[in-house]
Design a protein around this ligand. Structure first.
Ligand code: NAD
Length: 467
């Protein structure tokens, strides 16, 4: 412990100190005021505006994320969440009046949104700014003190987050702690009032187990295999472009809501594959490895993980579009696999990369059984013009969110909650949902001294009992 302290390593002792300092600020009441919340949200909006170039540069270093993709997801989306909170905060903070029962007459009642205290946000690498700042916006809007732990897998983004938040925000109540598993473990030993974790389910279980010790509620933003069910009754070109946008043009498949696999009709599969190939060439050219519009794989360990999926004997004769691989550049070009068996690695694990299995069925409804045989996904997509099929999909498929005839755009729809169900997570955030997740909804009943009926008090006389 002493040695770690000397070297400046973040350990349990330091984690305890950070929480103590933030709790002191929270207990002083400063974070509760509308004025403090707004000042921090405005500072955050200013920070994103002023450091836009640095943000784009950092995600380029970490992921070679194309500039426009980085701008839309990391800058524009985060900024608009900030503006939404600034605009709506007054309304969000207002208590909600509710009806009272005749038995409490005269009285009034309201639900008061109360900040929880000191909260921990553990973030991931694939959208390092959006997935770190969006929950921080919610935590601040709800009046909490907050510690953000960005992902060590995106080191340039993590360092920039630490630098920016230290410079722009009130450090007595908002902190960034950088590091990986050891630092997160030290943080998880502490008592928090809520933890929001984004990442894989293995670590999600570690987070949840640590939280039980202090009875801390958790929001788990996990992943899974997001299916796209593709009917033959559709606009083929638009569908192909949107499927590509939800896979290869979305961080090269490294997104929690990117399309993990497609299910389509047996007779339609060749048509769909041709359309995907044509549109892929339009998007990334004849040699996608040279395209500046395709993100690289984040790390060599994720690159090796994807190679392992591709080297599975069970799919060796099923590859219908074989993407080039370049280990030095950490790049893998779009790869399509037709009818990978269900026990193959690509159908058993979340892919999180540029490999797209296409599974064929005789009837489109058979696709429902495939989706239902797997853990509930974070997102489910359907492409069709058939209104009955749309209705049936919405009614029968359970998933965190859903989008008909497009991909990923559910995440930018301000009124929609974002979160998983079952193994894809618990709790949801974005906009008012973030505010609610980081607030306690305190029910308050107000009575006056009037109307004090003796009916409710002992002695419970026969006369009272007869009424
Ligand atoms: P990651 O490796 O960055 O890990 C996530 C966080 O967990 C990091 O902050 C990391 O430091 C921490 N961590 C890692 N090991 C730990 C340990 N042993 N103990 C404590 N903390 C530890 O990210 P990842 O898991 O590779 O992210 C990819 C996964 O996240 C995919 O499954 C994806 O679907 C999911 N994801 C979900 C969302 C969502 O919003 N639901 C968004 C993005 C990614």
């Amino acid at each position: 412990m002493e040695e770690a302290k000397e070297k400046g390593v973040f350990n349990e002792e330091k984690a305890c100190l950070v929480v103590k300092e933030l709790r002191k600020s929270f207990d002083s009441g400063k974070t509760r005021s509308y004025k403090w919340r707004i000042s921090q949200l405005e500072a955050m909006a200013k920070m994103i505006e002023e450091r836009e170039k640095d943000i784009i540069e950092a995600v380029d270093k970490d992921l070679s994320k194309p500039q426009l993709e980085a701008y839309i997801a990391e800058v524009s989306q985060t900024k608009s969440s900030c503006f939404e909170a600034i605009k709506a905060l007054h309304l969000w903070m207002k208590p909600t009046k509710v009806k009272t029962a005749i038995t409490t007459y005269p009285s009034s009642a309201e639900i008061v949104s109360e900040p929880l205290g000191v909260v921990l946000i553990i973030s991931t690498w694939n959208f390092p700014f959006l997935l770190s700042l969006e929950p921080v916006i919610g935590a601040i809007a709800a009046g909490n003190a907050v510690v953000l732990k960005p992902s060590e897998v995106a080191p340039a983004s993590s360092a920039l987050l630490a630098d920016m938040l230290t410079k722009y925000l009130d450090n007595s109540a908002v902190r960034v702690i950088e590091g990986g598993a050891p630092q997160t473990t030290a943080l998880l030993e502490q008592k928090w009032d809520k933890i929001l974790y984004t990442g894989n389910a293995r670590v999600g279980r570690i987070v949840m187990a640590a939280a039980t010790k202090h009875l801390t509620p958790v929001i788990l933003e996990l992943g899974g295999k997001c299916p796209a069910l593709v009917d033959s009754n559709l606009n083929l070109q638009v569908a192909a472009r949107r499927l590509i946008a939800g896979k290869w043009a979305c961080n090269n498949g490294q997104a929690c809501i990117s399309v993990d696999y497609i299910i389509t009709l047996k007779h339609f599969a060749p048509t769909l594959i041709n359309a995907l190939k044509e549109e892929l060439e339009q998007f990334f050219g004849k040699d996608p490895m040279k395209s500046k519009d395709m993100s690289r794989i984040v790390s060599s360990s994720h690159f090796s993980r994807l190679l392992k999926l591709l080297n599975d004997d069970k799919i060796s004769d099923k590859i219908v579009l074989e993407g080039q691989k370049d280990e030095d550049q950490l790049k893998i070009a779009p790869t399509i696999i037709l009818d990978a068996p269900d026990d193959s690695l690509v159908m058993q694990e979340e892919i999180f990369g540029p490999i797209m299995p296409i599974i064929t069925v005789d009837k489109i409804e058979d696709g429902f059984d495939i989706i239902k045989s797997k853990p509930k996904p974070l997102a489910a997509y359907l492409f069709t013009n058939n209104e009955d099929l749309k209705k049936s999909f919405v009614e029968n498929i359970s998933s965190g969110g859903m989008l008909i005839n497009d991909t990923v755009l559910q995440v930018v729809t301000p009124g929609l909650p974002f979160g998983g169900v079952g193994e894809s997570g618990m709790g949801s955030y974005h906009g008012k949902f973030s505010f609610d997740e980081f607030s306690h909804k305190k029910g308050v009943l107000y009575r006056s001294f009037k109307g004090d009926s003796s009916m409710r008090y002992p002695p419970y006389t026969p006369k009272k009992q007869s009424l």
